[in-house]
Design a protein around this ligand. Sequence first.
Ligand code: G3H
Ligand code: ZN
Length: 269
Amino acid sequence: MAARARGGAAAAFNVITVEHAEAIVTGAEAAGRPVILQISENAVRFHHGRLAPIAAAAVAVARASTVPVALHLDHVECAELLDEAAPNGFGSVMYDASRMSYADNVAATAAAAARCRALGLWVESELGEVGGKDGAHAPGVRTDPDEAAAYVAATGVDALAVAVGSAHAMRERTARLDHELIARLHAAVPVPLVLHGSSGVPDRELTAAVSGGMAKINIGTALNTAFTAAVRATLAGRPELVDPRKYLTPARIAMADTVTAALRLLTPL
Ligand code: G3H
Ligand code: ZN
């Protein structure tokens, strides 16, 4: 990972709509940094269960970019979806069996990783469930370093998402990370570590996590918070305003600015 070699991390941002892909790439271009667009199984569900249309849009936006853009399929729980990744332009996937018991997670992830490798995909998985995926926040969950090392050896994954204090879908940046645990995980695990639920993590905690060994930082909710605040501000007291372009334009700019700031913080030039 080039960002890691320069002492930083890669940043991955969640795409739900075409405007997300446009905003994220615009923000990356403004920062002059490479970026990862990620589409989750959840977002696919929103698009009536179809990956192809939103993936095609993201690929087209990526191809038109002036900075390098990678496409990642995120939080895949339905193994059949993995087969759709490569044909739709994705170079990597995150297979998420973290809700399962340790033994079941190992078995399911090893099978998924073998399936992905045969398709030429880079595979991330998760051990120690990062809370908040469906409102079920479990703040106390932590990934054990020895178990993580054994898990990576048993599954053959290329990167590992770990539970170190963050939680998904936080709108306030109040999370506190366990930096001592990050250092121990970094020492024990031979593949890049991934931080999920990064929207709720303050800047200083994020930079400390990257210094401690986090290689990929996943950000979703912070983009939606900025986007929706701009929509609300634009529409407030304006019942005559009905053209979506009028409120999506400032929303997309607010999202792009959030991406630029995050990339400047996390990914070195
Ligand atoms: O996989 C996606 C990320 O973990 C995003 O989490 O929406 O809390 O930033 P977030
Ligand atoms: Zn996540």
